[in-house]
Design a binder for this molecule. Structure first.
Ligand code: NAG
Ligand code: NAG
Ligand code: NAG
Length: 392
């Protein structure tokens, strides 16, 4: 508004700069006023600039320290392009349609007898989800293969949790090949190295379990559960791809929070001696739609959350110790927010923005593993409307 004042011939000076350039303002004629005014403002700014440097810069540095991950994840679409899309195979299923018909719908033939199926996992501490997994797959699995180590991927000692609770798993005993492996406890090593070491040991254990060519092998984490009918389809149909990824519904904390339908790491292999290696990364372009559930951090006790947060291959995400506070974790679970206070890992701005904030509540418990519903009292914490966890 100062230009209006000069038009009227007045000697105006902004209130804020009065102390600093009062003299100049008073002495100047109308003509020189604009120039000296700019100088006034510049000199006035000097002080502001100092305030800027002393207040704003440390704030920015602190902000980047706290939210650095968010900034880099948000900008990810700029420096990383999405991976090559999968070839999505539509999945047909209804309980009243014959297997022959189902195979045909997928463009496959039907076999005279089903393939043998091996389900192999590296086990950490997820007892509840392991029970649900094995009960879901039980009718179609030839051998369950489980390996556990006394080291977490991050090189911390861990008790042999499965071994201590083996009596809960009597129902699989005749079909179980169980192995343990000693951790290497290398300090400061990338956790992915210990993980790879354990996966190689799992290959050995599979041989001990008697896997042979063209048997089906499920490679997935314990919490990536293929649905029963998916495995039945794959064991009965001819000509299925030699390596097939499974598209799973992605849940967080329980079946109340459906994040997306895009989990892809689980895979099913037609075993080839000397060629098939147990892995958990992308191994082919083919993926079968809607093939099961991936339930991350689906634990009964808060202590299991903190254990997993520390034992995890991405343990660097625990940037502040208050992340492990039990009250905070309980709050985060009930909100469907992120345990590590991170942004979604996506490749486009649209997806990042679409997924920002807590996961919406889902009220559907339709098409979940049958054992979960048959034992709903025991697994209440996994069903919609029951976010409160047991402490301890
Ligand atoms: C589905 O199959 C079951 C037994 O296989 C039968 O009892 C039932 O009537 C069938 N339902 C329909 C809608 O065809
Ligand atoms: C881990 O297991 C190996 C082999 O069983 C054993 O030699 C080692 O002492 C164990 N380490 C810890 C910390 O339990
Ligand atoms: C996932 O798929 C189901 C149908 O199977 C759909 O109802 C739901 O909206 C999808 N969810 C997301 C987050 O895309």
């Amino acid at each position: 508004m100062w230009w209006m004042m000069t038009n009227e011939g007045g000697h105006y000076c902004s209130k804020k700069s009065d102390d600093i350039c009062g003299n100049v303002c008073g002495q100047e004629s109308n003509r020189g006023l604009s120039m000296s005014r700019i100088r006034c403002i510049m000199r006035g700014l000097d002080l502001k600039t100092y305030i800027f440097l002393f207040a704003l810069v440390p704030t920015c540095v602190f902000g980047i320290y706290v939210h650095g991950q968010k900034i880099s994840y948000f900008l990810r679409p700029l420096w990383e392009s999405p991976p090559k899309p999968f070839h999505e195979i539509p999945h047909y299923y209804h309980e009243n349609v014959s297997m022959e018909r189902l195979c045909k719908l997928h463009g496959w033939g039907i076999r005279e007898y089903p393939r043998r199926v091996y389900d192999a996992v590296l086990f950490s501490n997820e007892l509840d989800i392991l029970t649900i997994r094995w009960k879901e797959l039980y009718p179609y699995i030839t051998q369950f293969v489980l390996l556990e180590s006394n080291s977490t991927f991050t090189g911390k000692p861990k008790p042999l949790v499965f071994s201590a609770h083996r009596d809960q798993f009597k129902f699989v005993d005749p079909r179980l090949t169980y192995g343990t492996i000693g951790g290497r406890f290398k300090k400061g090593e990338n956790p992915f190295v210990e993980e790879a070491y354990q996966r190689v040991a799992l290959d050995q254990l599979l041989k001990i379990a008697g896997i042979t060519d063209d048997d089906l092998l499920i490679m997935s984490d314990v919490d990536e559960i293929p649905s029963r009918h998916t495995i039945n389809l794959l064991r009965w149909c001819d000509d299925i791809p030699p390596v097939l990824h499974l598209r799973l519904k992605n849940y967080l904390y329980s079946f109340e929070f459906l994040v997306d339908n895009n989990s892809w790491r689980a895979s099913v292999h037609r075993y080839q001696t000397g060629k098939t290696r147990y892995a958990h990364y992308r191994q082919s372009d083919d993926i079968l739609a809607d093939a099961g559930w991936h339930c991350s951090f689906c634990f009964r006790h808060i202590s299991e959350f903190t254990f997993k947060m520390k034992a995890y291959s991405h343990f660097d995400r625990v940037r502040f110790s208050y992340f492990l506070n039990h009250k905070r974790i309980q709050k985060v679970i009930c909100k469907g927010a992120d345990l590590f206070d991170m942004l979604p890992e996506e490749y486009t701005f649209k997806e990042i923005i679409g997924k920002m904030g807590p996961v919406p509540h889902s009220f559907s418990a339709v098409h979940l593993p049958s054992y979960l519903l048959e034992n709903a009292d025991k697994y209440k914490f996994l069903l919609p409307g029951n976010c409160l966890r047991e402490s301890g």
